[in-house]
Ligand binder design. Structure first.
Ligand code: GLN
Length: 193
């Protein structure tokens, strides 16, 4: 069997830890900073970081349109935190020029948990996992609306924090920081990788 290659968008943010988890699961990874590097990947992780900066760098690197095209053609994607924001249909409290890739039908408020509780941890009950997943939230987006096509796999106080639409999985938290590879495995299985 040929090992699949998963790209980790590496323009900015927390990409290295994602690559390490995927490699430990036997998946080859490549850091993606250009359209040429994007072209051959069979899945893409969009990490946490700063979604406004990532959006700007996507535009400057000439990757925005190729990425939109690959996603429209069915490229499996896994977005965490800022990656969730970028993949969402609608962003509130973003920058006016920030791009929403629109691959999952969510309305998301950037930094929606506010300054006072800008970081927190929570043991999540995740659909399909036997035991809770310890999740770390850092200036996390708050999902305000999930469309009918969206499966909510975990919530905190009634707000979705792990959502799936087809082979697009998004987490409002940082699953790469918990020393637990189950969310990555879930996505790889969904993506057929
Ligand atoms: N608040 C950040 C943003 O707007 C996301 C934070 C994160 O990825 N940890 O992109």
């Amino acid at each position: 069997m040929v090992t699949p290659t998963v790209g980790v968008l590496a323009l900015q943010g927390a990409f290295a830890a994602h690559a390490a988890i995927l490699e430990s699961l036997g998946v080859a990874t490549v850091e993606v900073r250009t359209a040429d590097q994007l072209a051959p990947v069979e899945g893409l992780v969009i990490p946490g970081g700063e979604s406004t900066t990532m959006s700007m760098l996507l535009e400057r690197s000439g990757m925005l349109e190729p990425l939109r095209q690959r996603l429209a053609d069915g490229l499996p994607a896994f977005g965490t935190c800022a990656g969730l924001i970028l993949l969402a249909a609608e962003i509130r409290d973003g920058r006016d020029d920030q791009h929403a890739l629109g691959m999952i039908d969510l309305t998301v408020a950037r930094n929606g948990y506010g300054r006072q509780i800008d970081s927190f941890e929570s043991d999540l009950d995740v659909a399909g996992l036997d035991t809770p997943f310890h999740a770390v939230f850092i200036r996390a987006p708050r999902v305000e609306r999930a469309g009918d096509e969206v499966e909510v796999l975990a919530s905190v106080d009634g707000d979705p924090v792990l959502c799936r639409q087809g082979a697009v999985l998004v987490a409002g938290f940082h699953p790469e920081l918990s020393d637990d590879d189950r969310i990555h495995k879930l996505w790889l299985a969904d993506a057929g990788l």
